[in-house]
Structures are given as C-alpha cells and as structure tokens.
Design a protein around this ligand. Sequence first.
Ligand code: KG4
Ligand code: ZN
Length: 316
Amino acid sequence: MPTLAKREHLKNLPFLFKKLISKNSVKSNFLCSIDLIAVTTGPGLEPCLWTGIKFAEELYHKIKKNNPKSKIIGVNHLKGHLYSFLLSKEILKYKKLKDIFPAVALIVSGGHTILLLMKSLTEYKKLGETKDDAAGESFDKVARMLNLPYPGGPELEKVAAKGNEKAVNFPRPMINQKNYDFSFSGLKTAVFYHLRDNQKNITAGQEFNISKLDSAINKADIAASFQQAVIDVLTAKTIKAAKEFKVKTILVSGGVAANKKLRLTLKKEAQKNNCAFIAPPLKFNMDNAVMIALAAYIANFKKEKIKISAKGDFPL
Ligand code: KG4
Ligand code: ZN
C-alpha cells in the first residue's frame, strides 16, 4: 500500500533523524561536518523514494549554508546491498581489494534475487535473477501461511531450527537448469498444497482456511523443509557459477543473507571449492543506512553521476 508506506516514511524520517543527532556520540558540529549526503533513488516504491529524496534535499540545503562544499548523491539500493560485504572484518585480511576478484555475488532480499559475476568493485554483469518471487518474498509468504509475523524470514528461521529439513521433500525449482535464473513461486505453492492436503480436521466440502491451521501440522518440519529447499537452490546455482567462472570469492548480501543456515552452507561449499566466502556482519544484511553511505562513498570516489529522482525499477 504505497500511500500508507509513504505516510510512515513522512512520520519516521524526521523522528529517526532527531534521534540520531541527539545521540551523545554525535558531536554538536555534526551537521556542519557532513560533506556528502546519500539518498536512495531506487529501486523501490516511488512515493517512499520521493519522501526520502525531499528529506535529503532539505537537509542538504541547510548544510550547504555552513559547508558550501557539501554534496548530495543518489544511490541505487541494490548497490548498497552489493557493497555491504565491505563492512565485514574478513576484508581486513586482504592487502589489496582487487585480490577478492573475480567474485560471484548473490543478492537475496525481499524484492530481488540476483546472481552477479564481478571483475572488480564496479565492473560486473548479471548472470541470472528470479523469474517470479524473490527468495525473501517466498520466506515472507510461507511464514504467513504458518501464521508467523512479518517479516517472515527471521521468524521462519527460528521455527525451522526446531524442525527436520528432510520431513517434506519440497521441489527445488530450476535447480538442474543450465541457466543462473531462479523461481520461488512454485515452491511457495507446493507448501500451500502440502498444508491444504494434510489438514486432518477438515471435512468433505469444507474449504481450506489457511488461518485455521490444523494443530497436527508440524510447523517446524514444514519451515525447515521449505528453508532447505531455498538454500539448496541458492547454493547450487552460486557454486555452479563459482566453478564455471573460476572465481576467487563468493559474496552474499541482502536480508535473506542474515539466514545462518544459508551462510553456513554457502561458506562450507565455498571452502570445498577453494573459494573465500564473505558476507556482511549480521546487522548489515537487512536494509540499513550504512550500506547506502558506503555505496555513495564508492560512487563519489568514482565520480559517478546519478540523477536525484525516484526510479521505481532502477536496475543494478
Ligand atoms: O534486504 P531487505 O531488508 O529488504 C529488501 O531490500 O527487500 O530484505 C528483507 C527480506 C524479507 O523478505 C525478510 O523476510 C528476509 O529478507 N529475511 C530473511 C531473514 N532475515 C530477513 N529471510 C530468511 N532468513 C532470515 N534470517
Ligand atoms: Zn534491501
């Protein structure tokens, strides 16, 4: 609901900003010391993006009065995710950033599932992406079927930890296809049919109601089996790309990259294939402002010019 989402942004942005500058750790001359303001211009819901842009522009005009050299820069949200691996301590092990590349980068969020081949920090090409639901979206939708709160990914992960991932053999869509694309909508439907067909307290002719799940249904087993299916597909495609392009490193980012089992599986498989594995620290996987500042820093360093206007479908 874009209008409601915009209203929340209008309410929360000034509140968050006030909270930030009132922190003890923020010095009184903080505002004057800002020389670069980063604002997400897409992809996303345009009314929300515009709210952010207007807020950032107002701030920029205030700051410019005291600091005429200050600048404002637009950032692609996905670049924020892509570069968030730089926030990991693993990076400190490298003498030169270029030793990380070539790399395969998997971005898994609520809106995107993208596999990239990176030659350097700024040279990359898309190998594949989801043809329907994003990985995070499928976690959210399955979590809703299991009556878990939003965002469903972290909740489903908690429930899955108590279940058996071999309990239900859900499909692994596109796992054997030669391309690097993904599809998660069929998997979500398979979970729905499994729930419908395993209701014990349903009488003939009665309609299946997802909000009244049978208590005999083992939510933990279903969550664990679903999560495993997603992990298997993401890992298989990432490792296949890593092998084909003989990369040195596997990178993963986006909200779903906070999933501990996914991180662990990717790490193990990376090691088996003599690849390094780098993921952002847990708190920087889901949307955050630090990754946007980081992407802005890189864009500014590379003198990239991005028009400051909302682009709902801004590609990577
Ligand atoms: O990157 P993000 O914060 O927002 C987008 O750019 O979409 O990703 C949010 C998505 C949600 O779908 C959420 O359920 C999922 O990431 N997510 C997880 C976990 N934590 C967040 N999915 C699986 N396991 C998690 N631990
Ligand atoms: Zn995101």
